[in-house]
Structures are given as C-alpha cells and as structure tokens.
Design a protein around this ligand. Sequence first.
Ligand code: IMP
Length: 402
Amino acid sequence: MPVQVVVGAQWGDEGKGKTVDSLASKERMMVVRYNGGGNAGHTIHDDYGQKHVVRLLPCGILHHGKTNIVGPYMVCDPDVIVAELKIAKSDVFLDHRAAIVLPMHKLLDGAREASCGDGAIGTTKRGIGPCYEDLVARRAVRLGHLRSEDDLKAVLTKGRYYQERLSTLRFHKAKAPSLDQTIAWLMSFRDALYPLVRDTVEMVHEAVRRDQHVLFEGAQGIEIDVNFGEQPYQTSSPCGAGGVAMSFGVFNFKRVIGVAKAYGTRVGGGELPTAMSTKEDKRLREAGSEVGATTGRNRRCAWLDLPRLKRACDVGGVTELVINKLDVLGKTFPEFRVCVGHAPEEYVSIAGWKQEISSIPMRERLPTGARILLDLVESQTGRPVVGIGTGPRRQDVIWKRD
Ligand code: IMP
C-alpha cells in the first residue's frame, strides 16, 4: 500500500518541506497535513530558485495535480489558509473537524508566555496551545461550524465557553474581541473556506482503498511531541507517525521517513544536551541560516545527537532517514563532532571538507567525512539513510534507489 509518512526526527526545522516537495513531485498523490497549524514553516526552493514558506497547507500546493488535505486534528488560522490558498497550484480540502484558532487563542498564548517571564516556553505565539486545549475539551470552533452564524454562536456560547475564556484573558489583563466581533470575524471567512470543507478521513480512506499514493506531512518534530517531548517545552500535537494513526485511523505505512539535519537546532526553551559553544553556534547559524522561518528567532545549534535520534526513530515509528544540510556542516568546520553516547558523554570527531557537494550524484562519491557520518547514523540508529540533502535547491538530494 503506497502510504508514506514524513516526520521531523529532531526539534522541527529539519527540512521536511523539501523532502515532501521532492516526493510529491514524483507522483500524482494526495498530500496530507495531520498535526499542528500555523506554527510550522516548511521552506521550499522551487525550480527557479524562489523561496516559499508554507505554514499550514501541505507542501503539495506548490505542485499541479495534487490533492492537498488539512486533517481533522489540526488547528487552523483562517488568515493563513486564505493567504496560502492564493499560491496553491492544486486542490485543497479542509477537514470539517479541524479547529479554528481564534484571535483570543493568540492573545492567551502571548499573555501566558509574558506571565512566565524567564521561564517562558518560547512558543510561536500563534495560539496553538490554547486552541488544542479547547479541542480536547470538546468545545473548539471547528471548520464545519462555518456553515452558519447559528452554528458558530451555538458552539461559542455552549457552557458559556467564550465568556469563560474572556474572564481568563481579563485575569491576564489582556483585552479580547467580544463574542459578536468574533462571530463576525469568523463569518468573514465563510465564503472562502466553507466550500472546501469535507470529511477528509473518508477521502483518505477512499484513496488508500484505491491504492492511490498518499503522503502524510508531519509538522514540528518528535523531540517536541506533546507526549514524547519534555514538558513544558513541547508543542501540543502528536508529531510522529502515531499522529497519523490517531487522526486518520490509518495504520499501515509503506515507510515512515524521519527527517533530520546533520546537526541539531532548537528554537524556544528546553534542554539541548549537545549544544555547541557560542562561537561554533554563531558560525553554524550564519552558514546554515538557522533562523526560524515562522518567528524569525535564532535557532540554537547542537552537534548531531545519535542516541536521541535513535529514540526519536523508535517512538516516532521511523523506518528510514533523510539527513539534510550535510553540505553546511562539512563546509563550516574543519572538524565536526557527533554524539554517540550519553552517560558517559561520548563524541566522535570527523573531518570536514571544502568542496561543494551539491552536484555529487552518489553517496559513494561524497567526501570521506560525509560517508563516515552517514555510516555512523545508520549503525547507531539501525535505520537506513535513504536521502541526503546536499544543498538548498529541489534537486540537491541524493536519493537511494529502490
Ligand atoms: P507552539 O507550538 O507555538 O505552542 O510552541 C511550542 C514549542 O514548539 C516552542 O518551543 C516552539 O518554538 C516549538 N515549535 C513549534 N512549531 C515549531 C516548528 O515548526 N519548528 C520548530 N519549533 C517549533
């Protein structure tokens, strides 16, 4: 069954967008986002070298002839959907169950972060956490509620939901739009979004039954998964292949591709055991443009942590790996490090290289240091490396032939 899943195997920002884009360009397929919302930032460089950042819709929108799906366990910022629909080259459908991020969710996210001071999570402030709270509390406004003003009013007033949220915002001294303003704001998206609303779970199962290619596109990374990440420095959704099973009821995958970089990066708070020194961090951040695509924040840089990567593969259901930005790591340091053990902390040092590797067509022809690193990834994680990112362009990937 041709169902594939692409997941982030680190802290997000691993280059999933490029992997999805590359796989989607090969076949007619259904491309499905299943978690998160506008907190993601999937970057793609098209054939003309133009850079696109897609936050909420699947990366398949940048290709003709795809069916793109926003899944039921996503939290949707309607402004972002409308903006991304303008650049979509193929069909988009939105699940009727997906929750809508309201302006009050963003205000709440910001207010809570502010009240944490130095202990803030470092969220994207896109209202993701508060909206997921309402989703699991069974009271969120869903895309299906855009059907009518009455539906919107009913869900927002049930159990005095909106009033309760307003009182929390008052507690934080934040001013939020009134109920009527929120309903009017929601209704302003009705004509653009409601015609795209479907039961996408049914659509996906139908595609699977017909043996159509289905590609699930994960957002964020397993290290910040709502379950496997470290509280509170996590996002609010399931990031691994388990997220596909829980939101779509699809369990059989041909493969689950874990995407990682040849080093680690993290935005927001939380531990980073293999963090680089300030000097090394700065060098790599500049060489690899390690600045958040959604928030513009600097990403903290770390040496590749193989025990952590193995654990992410285990809990995220990863069957094979793509290793990105190998070119950046090798060019930046005459010698770089890879962590192969914790307690005791153990690193392997590997020689970098000066040559450009983006036009090298085969793994066997990569510089020695690159091959040593890839062999180490495979032996330590027990997963084959099937894709190697050697540059930013669409074609800068060495895919292992099937
Ligand atoms: P939230 O998802 O906005 O609630 O943020 C929670 C944590 O997840 C913060 O540390 C964010 O920086 C991080 N995060 C959320 N989305 C992404 C992403 O797409 N890439 C990397 N980090 C992310």
